[in-house]
Design a protein around this ligand. Structure first.
Ligand SMILES: Cc1cc2nc3c(=O)[nH]c(=O)nc-3n(C[C@H](O)[C@H](O)[C@H](O)COP(=O)(O)OP(=O)(O)OC[C@H]3O[C@@H](n4cnc5c(N)ncnc54)[C@H](O)[C@@H]3O)c2cc1C
Length: 464
C-alpha cells in the first residue's frame, strides 16, 4: 500500500502557468484590442526585425494584423533579444508566412479548442467553427474523469495516462473540482469478474496510489471492499473559462456557426474535431465506422453525506456517482441502464425525434415522460450498492458517445488521429479528455509535414 496524494495537490503543482486564471500568464498584448499595429510590433520586436517588417512585409501584415501580432507575441524575451538585423528577415518572413497559412478547426470541444490553441501558439492563423460556442458538446456532458487506470483497469490506460496527464494538467488543472474524495468499490459479483486482491495488484504494478478506506455510503453486504484513489474530476464551466482565455490569448478567430463544405474549401488545412459528427464533412473514403450510443446521466441532489464524494462501483455494470462541477449536485451513471440507443455505422441512428431536442441546448433537462427517461432504472440499479435514501431527481443530461470500433475489444478507448487522404486535413476522435494535448501535437506535426518551410522561410505545400 502507498501513501495517497490529493489530486488537487498534483494539479496545483503542475498548473503553472494557468491560462484560465491569468496567473503567470503574460497579459501583454493579449487583452489589447488591435488599434495600433506599429506600436505593438515595435514594442514586441528588436529594431532589426521591426525594420524588416515595415520595409518588406507591412502590407501583408496589415491584412492579417491580429494573427501576425499573435504569432509575434509568442516570441520569448530572449528570442527577441537575440534577434539580429541579419537573421531578422528570415524569421519575419517565416512568421508572416505561417500566420498567413489558414487553418480551420471544426468543433469547439476540448479536442478542437486545444488543437486550435496549439496551432495558434505555433504561429498559424486559425479559425474555430462551432455553432454552440466552446465546450458544449460531449465535453460538458461527460463525467470529466481524468482517467488514470482506476476506472479502466487496463495497462494501456495506465501507460497512456502517465504519458499525458501532467501536460494536460499544466493547461487545464485549474478546472479540477477541489476536495473530491474518490472511492472504488468491488462488488461480490461484478461485470469484470474482478477481485479486490487482483485490483490492488494491478494498481501496485501500474504505480497507481491507493489506500484502504471504506466510504460510509457503500452497502457492505454487496461491496465488501473499497479503496480510496488519487483521481480528478473536472468542472465543465471552468474548462470553458480556461478554453475561452486560451483562444483569446492566441488570437484564434471564433466563428459561431456550423461549418459547411463550402466554408472549408478556402483553407490550407482543416481539422475535424466534431466527435459524433466526425464523418459528416469528410469524403466517403476517409469515413470510418464508429459505435454510437445515446446515454442518460441522471442529475440528483443527495444528502450532505455525499458532499465531495465520487464513487465508482464495479458491480453488475460499471456504475458511478460523481459531483457535477461546484453545483452541489451529483450525476449518476450505470453502464447498462443509462443506454437509450446504440448502433455501429457512419452516423448515429436515433429513431425517436424527441431525443434531438434532449441532446441540444441547455444540458440538464427535467424529463418526466417514462418513455424518454431511464432514471428509475438507473437509481434502482445503483441503490443495490449505495444507500441513496433522501435522493431527489433534478434532471437528466443526454449525451451522444462516439467510440472507435477498436474500443469493442480494447477497454482503454484510445484517441484516434488520422490524416485525410488529400493530405490537407486531420480527423480527430477523442477517447479520453486527457489526451487532448497529445492529439493537438499530432495534428501540428501533420500540418508541418504538409506545409514545410523552405530555407528562405517560405511555406511549401507538400501535396502540390
Ligand atoms: C456520457 C459520457 C461520459 C464520458 N466520460 C468521460 C470521462 O469521464 N473522462 C474522459 O476522459 N472522457 C469521457 N468521455 C469521452 C469524452 O467526453 C470525449 O472524448 C470528449 O469530450 C470529446 O471531445 P471533442 O472535443 O472531440 O467533442 P465535443 O466536446 O463533442 O465537441 C465537438 C463539437 O463539434 C461541434 N460540431 C459538430 N459538427 C460541427 C460543424 N459542422 N461545424 C462546427 N461545429 C460542429 C459540436 O457543436 C461540438 O461542440 C465521456 C463521453 C460521454 C458521452
Amino acid at each position: 500500500m502507498r501513501s495517497i496524494s490529493s489530486c488537487l495537490t498534483i494539479s496545483l503543482v503542475v498548473t503553472n502557468p494557468l491560462p484560465g486564471t491569468g496567473m503567470n500568464w503574460s497579459p501583454r498584448a493579449y487583452a489589447t484590442p488591435y488599434t495600433n499595429q506599429k506600436s505593438l510590433i515595435t514594442e514586441a520586436l528588436s529594431p532589426g526585425l521591426t525594420q524588416f517588417v515595415y520595409a518588406e512585409e507591412a502590407a501583408r501584415a496589415s491584412l492579417e494584423a491580429k494573427r501576425l501580432e499573435s504569432a509575434m507575441a509568442r516570441l520569448t524575451a530572449s528570442e527577441k533579444q537575440s534577434l539580429s538585423a541579419d537573421e531578422a528577415p528570415s524569421i519575419a518572413r517565416s512568421l508572416t508566412q505561417k500566420a498567413l497559412l489558414k487553418i480551420a478547426v471544426v468543433g469547439g470541444g476540448i479536442f478542437g479548442v486545444t488543437t486550435a490553441w496549439n496551432l495558434a501558439m505555433l504561429g498559424y492563423g486559425v479559425d474555430l467553427y462551432d455553432p454552440q460556442g466552446i465546450m458544449h458538446g460531449a465535453t460538458s456532458r461527460s463525467n470529466l474523469r481524468t482517467h488514470q487506470g482506476y476506472y479502466f483497469p487496463s495497462p494501456e490506460t495506465a501507460v497512456t495516462a502517465k504519458a499525458v496527464t501532467e501536460r494536460f494538467m499544466s493547461v487545464y488543472g485549474a478546472a479540477v473540482i477541489p476536495f473530491t474524495q474518490h472511492y472504488y468499490g468491488v462488488a461480490h459479483k461484478n461485470v469484470m469478474s474482478l477481485t479486490m486482491a487482483a485490483y490492488k495488484t494491478f494498481l501496485e504494478k501500474m504505480g497507481l496510489p491507493w489506500i484502504d478506506e471504506y466510504p460510509s455510503v457503500f452497502k457492505r453486504g454487496q461491496i465488501p471492499d473499497a479503496i480510496r484513489a488519487s483521481e480528478c474530476i473536472l468542472d465543465a464551466g471552468q474548462l470553458r473559462a480556461i478554453g475561452e482565455n486560451m483562444l483569446v490569448s492566441t488570437g484564434v478567430h471564433m466563428i459561431p456557426k456550423k461549418a459547411r463544405p463550402e466554408d472549408l474549401s478556402a483553407y490550407d488545412f482543416v481539422v475535424h474535431a466534431t466527435y459524433e459528427a466526425i464523418n459528416e464533412l469528410i469524403e466517403p473514403a476517409d469515413q470510418k465506422d464508429l459505435i454510437f450510443e445515446v446515454v442518460e446521466q441522471v442529475v440528483v441532489q443527495l444528502p450532505r453525506l455525499f458532499r465531495n464524494l465520487s464513487l465508482v462501483i464495479f458491480g453488475d455494470a460499471m456504475g458511478a456517482i460523481d459531483p457535477r462541477g461546484s453545483s452541489g449536485l451529483h450525476v449518476l451513471s450505470h453502464r447498462t441502464t443509462m443506454a437509450h440507443y446504440e448502433n455501429v455505422g457512419k452516423s448515429p441512428v436515433i429513431t425517436d425525434a424527441r431525443y434531438r431536442e434532449l441532446l441540444r441546448g441547455d444540458w440538464i433537462k427535467s424529463v418526466q415522460d417514462p418513455a424518454l427517461t431511464h432514471r428509475r432504472a438507473v437509481i434502482s440499479a445503483l441503490s443495490e450498492y449505495v444507500d441513496l435514501t433522501g435522493i431527489e431527481y433534478v434532471g437528466s443530461i443526454y449525451a451522444l458517445r462516439a467510440l472507435g470500433t477498436i474500443a469493442l475489444t480494447e477497454a482503454h478507448r484510445p484517441t484516434l488521429v488520422h490524416l485525410l487522404s488529400n493530405g490537407k486535413g486531420s480527423v480527430l476522435l477523442g477517447g479520453k479528455v486527457t489526451t487532448a494535448l497529445q492529439a493537438a501535437e499530432q495534428v501540428a506535426k501533420a500540418v508541418q509535414e504538409s506545409y514545410h518551410q523552405t530555407p528562405d522561410g517560405r511555406i511549401r505545400d507538400q501535396a502540390a
